[in-house]
Design a protein around this ligand. Sequence first.
Ligand SMILES: *[C@@H]1O[C@H](CO)[C@@H](O)[C@H](O)[C@H]1NC(C)=O
Ligand SMILES: *[C@@H]1O[C@H](CO)[C@@H](O)[C@H](O)[C@H]1NC(C)=O
Ligand SMILES: *[C@@H]1O[C@H](CO)[C@@H](O)[C@H](O)[C@H]1NC(C)=O
Length: 240
Amino acid sequence: MDGKELSLSLLFCIFSIVNCCIENTFNNTAVTLVGAKDIRTITGCFEPTEDLVKVSYIQIVNESVPILRRGAINGLPNLVDVVLERNSMQDIDPDSFYNLPKLYLIKIKQNNIRVLREGVFNGLNLTELCLTDNNIEIIYPNAFDDMPKLSILFLNENKITRWRSDWFKRSPQVSVLNFEYNLITTVPYRCLQNVKSSHLIGNVRVDTNVQLNNNRIKKIEDGAFEGLEMLGWLFLHKTK
Ligand SMILES: *[C@@H]1O[C@H](CO)[C@@H](O)[C@H](O)[C@H]1NC(C)=O
Ligand SMILES: *[C@@H]1O[C@H](CO)[C@@H](O)[C@H](O)[C@H]1NC(C)=O
Ligand SMILES: *[C@@H]1O[C@H](CO)[C@@H](O)[C@H](O)[C@H]1NC(C)=O
């Protein structure tokens, strides 16, 4: 399929009630599920078949899943948590996740992802995203835009060299950012311009917490913290 056909069929999938798995992500992959009886392996995609429609938790650990492909996990109305750990994953295609109204957590830890593309997480109702211990070097500027509920983001133990002030557009709940153990050298002008300094969670005020310990910070640009009334915590020590 060429790109155009692919996006047309994806559009069809998103707006249709028939199930469709455009590209296989899983191949006899061992899986631990909550909400599905007697399913131990998955081939193709996770989609709302009779067997899978009640799934609330997906865990795949120590398997081989080289690339999460379009539609890998889609259309599950009860899915809350996705945990994909140590699967030698190298890439995540845009639209790997869609139509997941209850999704709370995606944890893709200890894999080999190098690039975070646009269109992977945008628009998801996710609260917590953990990408600890990958090889992430490149993050597209819009990778974390339009995530209305994103609150907690773990990107520690990666190879990020650049902090971008334009991250987190229209993602107003961002409040815990852990970027420890990366290779960031500069804190740029208005580094947190799209991040609020505190949030009300229930009735409790919670201060934003940004962790940048163990990076390579050599420069803090003038006005780096402009646009923030007050930052709860910014951890910058142990800079090499
Ligand atoms: C799935 O895995 C089997 C066994 O490793 C392999 O023979 C087969 O080609 C794979 N199928 C796909 C679609 O990748
Ligand atoms: C995955 O592999 C690691 C290292 O080999 C091991 O310590 C861990 O127990 C394994 N976890 C599961 C759920 O199989
Ligand atoms: C996000 O959640 C709301 C309800 O909290 C729901 O109405 C909406 O359809 C969800 N959006 C997506 C993209 O799943």
